[in-house]
Design a protein around this ligand. Sequence first.
Ligand code: UDX
Length: 455
Amino acid sequence: MGSEAKAGHVLVLPFPSQGHINPLLQFSKRLVSKGVRVTLASATSHLNSMQWQVSYTNFDVEPVFDGVDNGGSETIDEYIERFNANIPRSLAELIDKFSRTADPIKCVVYDSALAWVLDVARSSGVAGCPFFTQPFAVNALYYHYLQGVLKFPLEETAVSLPAMPALEFKDLPSLIYERTSHPAICNLILSQFSNIQDVFYIFCNTFSELEHELEVWMASKWPIKPVGPAIPSMFLDKRLDGDRNYGVSFFKPSTDTCLKWLDSKDPKSVVYISFGSMAALGEDQMAEMAWGVKASNFNFIWVVRESELKKLPTNFSEQTSDKGLVVTWSPQLEVLAHDSVGCFITHCGWNSTLEALSLGVPMVAMPVWTDQPTNAKYVTDVWQVGVRVKANEKGTVTKEEIERCIREVMEGDRSSEIRKSSDKWKKLAIEAADEGGSSDKNVEEFVAKLKAFPS
Ligand code: UDX
């Protein structure tokens, strides 16, 4: 990309985890398609994956130093602390470097969990726009918690909050009642409201039709705009030419294996199972899942990350080789878009949820932590695109329960209703992203403001 940008130059800073990078990359592509110049600031320890991505797109990547030498074995909480300690200085230097060019940065778009970016941006004389990678519902709950409106332990069995359905304890984001187990993640997420009143614009990876009442409620407080689904154009409105490559992958997908295998199966005959990039099941829970899926007798693709493989029951893959495929990472969007897939057993990470919803794939919701319980509540009770597993008194989801949920989504009357809702939301998701759709208009409005913004 040269310096001939018409609409202005935006620096984008994602937090480098799979579920946070994906939506910001897709949003960046939408900005580029509207004439914005995008430079992606990549944490140095993730630079190789980012540069690989950028070779397929038309934005530049610049390193920002996160302080990691040679990929140590840190926990996510330790990495967050290192990231927050090192990136601010490097980011300020990057903005300063561009300020001495013909095309200085006008605005930094950053993962909303990195609230401190606004201070760096403002002290460098540029605007800041947080990007919420989770839906309105989850962010509203974090806000109510910070305001002391949502308190623990809950006084009633269900809480009633503006523009939301009644929520039980099991529907709330786990981080707000488990603060001590992941202090750094928790502080990061809750800090996103600390300076929100000073931002230029706020983006959210959702779409107006999906969370309309909450959009109205949040927009009455802040300049917040839904711009999702942040999913590659090739799976939605198909307007962005050449959008074949769809994202950075920190894991190697078994693309050919999955797609060839799916090609050999009947339409809507396959159950796809994935728990995203972080969530882990205990060994007993893995066994229940394995035998529940086997008992259902449907075809399946199960993503079991390399680190989780040892938890699979012995000989499970051999015993199910006629019906199933276990891979360590899949090309998830291509899998969900494939005709053979009839159902997705998901942890309800927000990207997976929005991807399935936008591609019309019914879900079995099996949330693990963070925002996932809230997403699961909306999947089942609000958007009605799936069913949620019930755990027993020991907290285990038994094989019988897994089989029951798969059947409910794959066959029978309930399945037909769920498929109807899934088709409806797929259509609305495509319309939101398409030319003149609600999210497209919001991106256009931002770009128009950016153009008018002083350099
Ligand atoms: C994390 C949190 O867990 C999630 O709750 C939060 O909303 C975002 O950050 P993660 O657990 O990885 O993300 O889940 P998710 O949000 O679903 O993101 C996973 C991404 O990896 C999706 O875009 C999905 O398409 C992709 N993926 C997953 C693959 O490409 N292949 C796979 O095999 C599995």
